[in-house]
Design a protein around this ligand. Structure first.
Ligand SMILES: Nc1ncnc2c1ncn2[C@@H]1O[C@H](COP(=O)(O)OP(=O)(O)OP(=O)(O)O)[C@@H](O)[C@H]1O
Length: 365
């Protein structure tokens, strides 16, 4: 049996705007729909929810919601929808809002249980409060809880953090990470903030001007030289890694990825065997042709240059880790002057020196 997936293929016009969006996403985990303002992300989500209609197909984990002969109305599509701004019912308490979608009572055999949602989103101190007594972040947590308790097969989140300030975003991100770990529910998460993508998503749908230009695992798209992410100013790759060793005397952890190991500051509570995400920014990676001598840089990995994207004064090299370059891909952003002076070229074996590797806070499945 093939794994359940989300299959979307939509085409049509909205005024002067032409949309042609086709992609497949896994039937579990978080898939980010990422692209600049106005590229059609919200329209895609609204079509999946049945709130708008364009020609095409929409299949969600084995159910056909739309094809040539079918168009399920919105109330027959089991989606939870979280918008930019939480619109809670002012006359209901937080508890009343949470239970609104299930008419006051979660069925006993429901997949998503009330107590679990309250625990997951830290809502128990808020249950009796009225919405006007909540902060923006708390309101959004209630909106997410309400969407989950409607027992959806798919959670649609349309820029759920974009109306919040930076500190509130940082307060909510850990809840979203936990949600991802605790529930097997697939999530389509619209954002134009790459930081959120890197924290939350496993899979990416990349949109530009009404079209899906790529869809696939996050790290693969971040390191694909044919895509604009590679040359973006804040280009980075998120690698899923396993903690293999801890050195409490120095507060360091060793993490293995395909083709290499990284040593990073461990942070409290890190455990051997955990899966964690590493973020490696292109600007933090420099290249040497010979093994460098003693240095304060902890991470020097063997790699091969797999592709080169040259800008005016900078070059971004896509590296494959390992002596043969067959391992995980990372990016190195170096000056064109250094690139030419070192006579670097595609296929060449190099030593990648990584000045800083960030360990993302959440444990991954
Ligand atoms: N009903 C409509 N009539 C005309 N144009 C529309 C209609 N709905 C959407 N559009 C246009 O379609 C384009 C895509 O809009 P959409 O809201 O899907 O983009 P988005 O990627 O979600 O943008 P943002 O990140 O700013 O929310 C925009 O140019 C918008 O103006």
């Amino acid at each position: 049996m093939t794994a359940p997936t989300i299959e979307v293929a939509l085409a049509g016009r909205r005024g002067g705007f032409a949309l042609e969006a086709s992609f497949t996403a896994p039937g579990q985990g978080v898939t980010a729909v990422f692209g600049p303002s106005g590229c059609g992300k919200t329209t895609v989500l609204r079509c999946i929810a049945g709130l708008e209609r364009l020609e095409g197909t929409c299949r969600v984990t084995g159910e056909t919601w739309q094809d040539e002969t079918t168009f399920r109305p919105p109330h027959r599509r089991p989606v939870g929808y979280v918008f930019q701004e939480a619109s809670l019912f002012a006359h209901l308490s937080v508890e009343g809002n949470l239970l609104y979608g299930v008419r006051g009572r979660v069925p006993a055999d429901a997949a998503v249980r009330f107590d679990d949602v309250v625990e997951l989103l830290g809502l128990s101190p808020l249950l009796m409060r009225a919405p006007h007594n909540l902060s923006g972040g708390e309101r959004q947590r209630v909106a997410i809880g309400r969407a989950l308790l409607s027992q959806p097969r798919l959670l649609l989140m349309d820029e759920p953090l974009s109306a919040l300030d930076r500190a509130t975003k940082d307060e909510i991100l850990p809840f979203l990470e936990r949600l991802h770990l605790s529930l097997s529910l697939p999530v389509l998460y619209v954002t134009h903030d790459m930081r959120e993508v890197e924290r939350l998503a496993d899979h990416l749908v990349l949109m530009r001007a009404g079209r899906v230009i790529a869809a696939g695992p996050l790290a693969a798209l971040q390191s694909d030289p044919a895509l604009p992410l590679v040359t973006a100013r804040d280009a980075a790759v998120g690698l899923d890694a396993v903690v293999t060793h801890l050195d409490p005397a120095y507060g360091l952890a060793t993490l293995a990825v395909d083709g290499g190991v990284f040593i990073v500051p461990a942070g409290a509570g890190t455990m051997v065997g955990e899966r964690r995400r590493l973020r490696i920014a292109a600007g933090d990676v420099s290249l040497a042709r010979e093994p460098p001598g003693p240095s304060t840089i902890l991470n020097v990995l063997e790699a091969r240059i797999r592709a080169v994207e040259a800008g005016d004064n900078e070059v971004t090299a896509v590296l494959g880790l390992g002596h043969d370059g067959a391992g995980a891909r990372i990016l190195a952003r170096i000056t064109r002057r250094s690139f030419e002076r070192l006579e670097l070229s595609e296929g060449m074996a190099v030593h990648a020196q990584i000045k800083s590797v960030a360990l993302a806070p959440g444990v991954r499945r």
